[in-house]
Each structure stands twice: as structure tokens, then as C-alpha cells.
Design a protein around this ligand. Sequence first.
Ligand code: HEC
Length: 118
Amino acid sequence: MRRITLLLAVLGLLTACDDTAKHPPERAAAASAMPADPALAQVYDTSCKLCHANPASGAPLVGDRAAWSPRVAQGSDTLLDHSINGYNGMPPMGLCMQCSEEQFLALISFMAGVQLQQ
Ligand code: HEC
């Protein structure tokens, strides 16, 4: 009996995942957005993208200007501080341990769709 309950729970999870597969276009766009610079794209692909292109993570999605604008309004210093030291569900360094401040600013600029200055 317990096994059946477990199976039902797993099926429930799979169905939940299936729901997110039928995502609106902006989520599909987030999944395929990549920085133009190849080196930055590489970094992005193995760090920020894991959450910032994943609606389930709670992170502001890449290209979602409405989600980013109040964050951008905090200014580059705060955004850098939150990237380096972490902020709620945002892990310190955003999983990019080797990233420089310039790279963080470039990555945030890319995701927010605005050019941030240091
Ligand atoms: C493990 C998931 C995860 C990864 C990887 C990740 N982030 Fe985040 N990030 C989040 C979440 C969740 C938030 C929203 C935090 C909140 O507002 O509570 C966030 C928020 C942010 C913010 C906004 C902070 C603020 O002050 O509003 C910035 C900037 C940011 N992330 C940059 C990055 C960069 C740059 C990378 C890649 C180097 C990255 N993140 C990788 C999960 C992640």
C-alpha cells in the first residue's frame, strides 16, 4: 500500500513538471537566451542559467524586464553585493566562483536587459 502511495506521489510530481512544460513564450525565450560573448555564454550556461532561466527557482528570469527593473533600481553596488555575498535564494557568487566583478556586471546586464555601469 505504501508503495502505491509513493508511486502516486511520484506521478503527481511528474504531472506538476509537465505543467511547467506548457510554459508561456517568455519562459521559452528565457530557456534559449544566451550572452553574445562566447566566454560569458560559457560562464552563464554553467551558473546563472540554472536558476535564472528556470521559473521554478524563484529567480528573476533572463529578459524579464518587469522582474528586473525594481532590482536594477537598487543600483550596481547592491546587485554586485547580492551576487557576491548571496541574497535569499540567490547563492553566493551565483555558483560562479571564478567570476570577476566585471563578469558579474556583464551577466546581470545581460539578464536584466540593461547596461549596468560599475
Ligand atoms: C541556485 C540558483 C541561482 C543561481 C545559480 C543564480 N541565481 Fe541569481 N538569484 C536566484 C534567486 C532565487 C534570486 C531571487 C532572490 C530574491 O529576491 O529573494 C536571485 C536574484 C539575483 C539577483 C538580484 C538580487 C537583488 O538584489 O534583487 C542578481 C543580481 C542575481 N541573482 C545574479 C546572478 C548571477 C550573475 C548569477 C550567475 C553568476 C546567478 N544570479 C546565479 C537564484 C540563483
